[in-house]
Design a protein around this ligand. Structure first.
Ligand SMILES: Nc1ncnc2c1ncn2[C@@H]1O[C@H](COP(=O)(O)OP(=O)(O)O)[C@@H](O)[C@H]1O
Ligand SMILES: [Mg+2]
Length: 351
């Protein structure tokens, strides 16, 4: 049976959804839509697309799948990154996970800072296994998950052995591929990527659903973060939500100035939309908590830094698209890598 083919305008009419919404669903949920069909020189939608779009819309707006339409959901993978080190990335990542867990989300933190893995130290934990055991085959990704403060999951990094300079592509790709195994276990996966432009950082950025930049009022934090954003842009990383948080600010005004400047550069020079989702005041409780080997949101839940972090957690959850991503972020990355490998192999064969 040949089914009727529809133009985008007809799908707009039939579903009552705007064209921009349909285009967005097309890019985000390709697996849930029937393939378009070429007729003449235009691609048309099969008639079944109407129902498929409506199902996606239900899922996105209610966060629930209707009976009989059960499907897997994957955690939101949010990479926390910065242009330079020492901006508070690891502290923000860990404490953000704790606050989101307190708001009812199952959170997992992955310490992917290949240079200075310290999330476990900030959480006051002694890992039995870390990423090095995964790479040597001694442990699976699931074995690596420790239960941290408030019940968050923590995967400790492997400092030293995987120093930034030596971290090999295959090792990183093995880590990211194994993450697909645990992606369904958590609602939110926060990845502390470490700082800088290295491929160690960029791979984790490429695999994430969303990227959060930690900035500080220090001008080099801004220029280095912009440099990183520019590299992401030049590498044609697919578009994804980008956020900024300004840490260690003295005043709200200062936070706003930094955030506006970063968003303006991103918008004016790269055409990228970076949304600021909060700030954290410079607060002596952060240092005091580290000295006590506790995350600051646990050591002093009512401290200014803790309250600020809670607001960021709320803002991130407000930006939630649905109950969970419908495609696996790390799975997508795995596919991307294997297709790159195939291309390289073909090039080598033909050379
Ligand atoms: N809001 C804050 N107020 C005061 N000190 C902070 C704050 N955030 C981070 N710090 C300090 O900055 C230092 C670097 O933090 P860290 O999380 O290790 O940064 P990164 O992971 O970016 O290298 C730590 O010593 C920490 O005490
Ligand atoms: Mg760090």
């Amino acid at each position: 049976m040949v089914s009727r083919l529809l133009s985008i305008d007809e799908v707009v009419q039939a579903t009552g959804l705007e064209e921009s919404v349909l285009r967005f669903y097309e890019s985000e949920y390709p697996a849930k839509l029937p393939s378009k069909i070429l007729q003449g020189d235009s691609l048309l939608f099969p008639f079944q697309s109407i129902q498929a779009f409506q199902e996606i819309h239900d899922l996105v707006t209610t966060g629930a799948t209707a009976p009989g339409r059960q499907q897997k959901t994957f955690g939101r993978v949010i990479a926390v990154t910065s242009g330079k080190g020492g901006v508070g990335k690891s502290n923000v990542t860990l404490n953000l996970a704790i606050e989101m867990q307190r708001l009812g989300k199952l959170c997992l933190v992955l310490d992917a800072d290949m240079g200075l893995a310290n999330i476990h130290l900030l959480a006051g934990m002694l890992p039995r296994h870390d990423l090095r055991d995964l790479l040597s085959g001694k442990a699976s990704m699931a074995d690596l998950i420790m239960t941290g403060p408030e019940g968050i999951g923590i995967i400790a990094g492997g400092s030293g052995v995987l120093s930034m300079a030596d971290s090999r592509n295959e090792e990183r790709h093995a880590i990211i591929s194994s993450l697909a195994e645990v992606e369904e276990e958590a609602d939110i996966i926060l990845v502390d990527t470490g700082a800088g432009l290295g491929s160690g950082v960029r791979d984790f950025l490429a695999s994430a659903d969303e990227v959060l930049f930690v900035l500080t009022p220090d001008i080099t934090s801004l220029t280095d973060a912009y440099g990183l954003l520019k590299v992401m842009h030049q590498e044609d990383m697919p578009p994804r939500p980008l956020y900024s948080v300004v840490n260690m600010v003295q005043t709200l005004k200062q936070a706003a100035e930094v955030a506006v400047r970063f968003s303006a550069c991103a918008g004016n020079f790269l055409g990228l939309d970076v949304k600021n989702i909060g700030y954290i005041l410079r607060d002596s409780s952060v240092g005091a908590a580290i000295a006590h080997r506790q995350p600051y949101t646990v050591y002093k839940p009512m401290a200014r830094a803790s309250c600020n972090t809670r607001n960021i957690a709320k803002a991130l959850l407000k930006n939630e698209l649905s109950a969970g991503a419908t495609t696996s972020a790390f799975g997508r990355f795995r596919k991307m890598i294997s297709s790159q490998q195939k291309k390289t192999e073909m090039r080598m064969k033909s050379a």
